[in-house]
Design a protein around this ligand. Structure first.
Ligand code: ATP
Ligand SMILES: Cc1cn([C@H]2C[C@H](O)[C@@H](COP(=O)(O)O)O2)c(=O)[nH]c1=O
Length: 213
């Protein structure tokens, strides 16, 4: 099973992902950007305010292709639960936002289209929801993506992705304390993993809010 964590910069993904290591010691933990030279190239581009948005997209996508073939597909083939801090939706949300003023007419569909032929979509995604102001403040506004106006565009792209596939996403309120967010993410992750492996009770109430939906 492939479970991903998504959200704006500063939403607390990495904090939650690190906490899941203790709760799920047998899972394969991974992240994008990766720690390979592809990921280094991505991080160089993140530090370049003048980087071309299409060049950014293809750097991030190259990193994803390497991540898929080297880590994600082999782990899934071994039957592992794979938990990734950021994955395809980050590209759909961020690069579609940075291409909004480009010659590409429908950036979100374009970025999805590039991935369609080769990617492996997540089985479930936990979305840590926080407003762009809080996100930018927590993240420290240190790179070109950590600006409130840009993060507002990213947030609206995430909203579109969630509206298009509500069955894949579980939203978690990430404006709460770190402890409360971690507890909730651990609980939701447990339910999603159990549901994936066929536990009927977990399927019936996968987000654990008691409403049976
Ligand atoms: N629920 C929370 N409330 C307040 N601060 C938080 C919360 N969760 C995380 N933080 C703090 O916000 C900062 C960013 O957290 P974290 O790195 O987990 O976010 P992230 O979503 O992974 O960000 P990025 O995408 O920029 O890497 C850290 O200083 C962290 O301690
Ligand atoms: C995978 C991925 C990431 N980004 C952006 C989002 C962040 O601003 C940075 C780095 O991510 P981190 O979680 O802070 O390490 O990169 C992106 O724009 N597109 C992507 O595909």
């Amino acid at each position: 099973m492939l479970l991903t964590l998504e959200g704006l910069d500063g939403s607390g993904k990495t904090t939650a992902w690190e906490a899941l290591h203790d709760a799920r010691p047998d899972a394969t933990f991974t992240h994008e950007p990766t720690d390979t030279w592809y990921g280094d190239a991505v991080r160089r581009s993140l530090g370049d305010d003048d980087a071309d948005p299409l060049a950014d997209l293809f750097l991030f996508t190259a990193d994803h292709a390497d991540h898929l073939s080297r880590v994600v597909r082999p782990a899934l083939a071994d039957g592992d639960v794979v938990i990734s801090d950021r994955y395809t939706d980050s590209r759909y949300a961020y690069q579609a936002a940075s291409l909004a003023d480009s010659e590409i007419r429908r950036p979100l569909e374009y970025v999805r289209g590039i991935h369609g032929a080769f990617t492996r979509e997540p089985d479930a995604t936990i979305y840590l929801g926080v407003d762009p102001e809080t996100a930018a403040a927590r993240a420290g506004a240190t790179d070109k993506f950590e600006r409130v106006s840009f993060l507002a565009e990213v947030q609206s792209n995430y909203d579109r992705l969630i509206d298009a596939e509500p069955e894949r996403f579980v939203r978690v309120d990430a404006s709460r304390s770190p402890e409360a967010v971690i507890d909730r993410v651990e609980d939701v992750a447990d339910r999603l993993i159990e549901a994936f492996h066929g536990d009927d009770a977990a399927v019936a109430d996968v987000d654990g809010d008691g409403d049976g939906a």
